[in-house]
Every structure is written in C-alpha cells, then in structure tokens.
Design a protein around this ligand. Structure first.
Ligand SMILES: [Zn+2]
Length: 200
C-alpha cells in the first residue's frame, strides 16, 4: 500500500489508439486491439493511486459506417479482459462516434469528451492529466486546461513535437512510452499528495 493517494477529483484521461494500443488505422474488431508492452501494469498503478482512469477516444469509424456501437463495446470488453488480470481497470469511457464533417462538439481536438467526464465525475481539472499521441489529444487537453503528456508511440507523435516547438500547442511532458508517461504522472500525483498532507 502506498502512503499517498490522489487528491479528490484526480483523473487521468487516456487516448486509446496509438497510446494504449497499436494504431492500425481503424481498430474495428477486438482482435485488432493489441496493447503496447506494460500498459496493463501502468494502468493498475494509476488505479492504486486512486486516480480515475478515463478513456477519451475519437471513433469516427462509427460515423463512417465501418463499425457499430455494439462493435465498439466488444472492443472495450476486450480491453477490460486484457488488463483485468493485472488488477487494472478503466473507470469510464467517453467516445466521439461522429464523422469529422458532422461538426460535433466532442471530437478531439475539441474538449467535449473531457468536459463530459469532468461534469459527470465532478473532476478537478487542476488535478487531471491526459496522455495521447496526436496533436488533437494535446489540443483537447489544452482547451480543457488539463496538462497533456505526449507519448512518442505512433507516426503522429513527431508532428506534435514540431507543433509544440512552433508554439502551436503546449505539452507538459514528452514520454517515449506509455509506461514512462505514467511514471511521470505518478510522480506528480505523489508529490502533490505529499504537499497536501504536509499542509494539513
Ligand atoms: Zn463527436
């Protein structure tokens, strides 16, 4: 047992494709969901700290007619099956089913998915983090005032660093893997937890 737990309202938002699992273009069936090494154990560490772990994922394959909501649910059942042997769980899933041309308010880079989660779980955005591999993830985090951690785990990641260097998007931390992203977030949560405890 750790002697520090996350402050109330702490959540870690996780992008899915390219962050937790290999981005194969469109993941439309459970067999296509292949997690990166160490992902289940890293999610379990966030669970043990008492942070809510919430998926925020664009799934335009639904709006494009390539997948049904039931199909998406079967992929997320598979995700739960893959992580639960490690004591890990996802506490909530927020997805955008829309086509990019629908002009919805939830498709990242908009902040709608994060906003939905914040209001549903009464989260404190100043205690939250987001992990993602694409510019749209980091932009959504920025719009929601949540520090964004970039993982360099897909072909999209390099462009995000370039956009950061050009001042177009802010990134709180760049990690070479999801495991290292969680290492950093864990340190942040623990150091904040310590500070809160000392101030009591
Ligand atoms: Zn949407």
């Amino acid at each position: 047992m750790r002697d520090v737990s996350a402050a109330p309202g702490t959540a870690v938002f996780l992008d899915r494709d390219g962050t937790l699992n290999h981005d194969t273009g469109y993941v439309t069936s459970p067999e296509q969901l292949v997690l990166f090494p160490g992902v289940p154990e890293a999610i379990a560490r966030l669970n043990h700290l008492g942070a809510m772990v919430l998926l925020v994922t664009n799934q335009s394959a639904i709006g494009r007619g390539m997948m049904t909501i039931e199909g998406l649910e079967s992929i997320h059942e598979r995700l739960a099956e893959l992580i639960s042997p490690y004591g890990a769980r996802i506490d909530g899933i927020f997805f955008c089913p829309h086509h990019p041309q629908d002009g919805c308010g939830c498709r990242k880079p908009k902040a709608g998915l994060i906003d939905q989660a914040v209001s549903r779980f009464a989260l404190d955005v100043s205690q939250c983090y987001l992990v993602g591999d694409k510019r749209s993830d980091l932009e959504a985090a920025q719009r929601a005032s949540v520090p964004g951690v970039l993982v360099m785990t897909s072909s999209y990641s390099v462009d995000v660093v370039k956009a950061r260097d050009e001042g177009q998007v802010s990134i709180a931390y760049v990690a070479d893997s999801f495991v290292h992203a969680v290492d950093w977030i864990e340190q942040q949560i623990i150091s904040r937890g310590n500070r809160i405890r000392k101030n009591r």
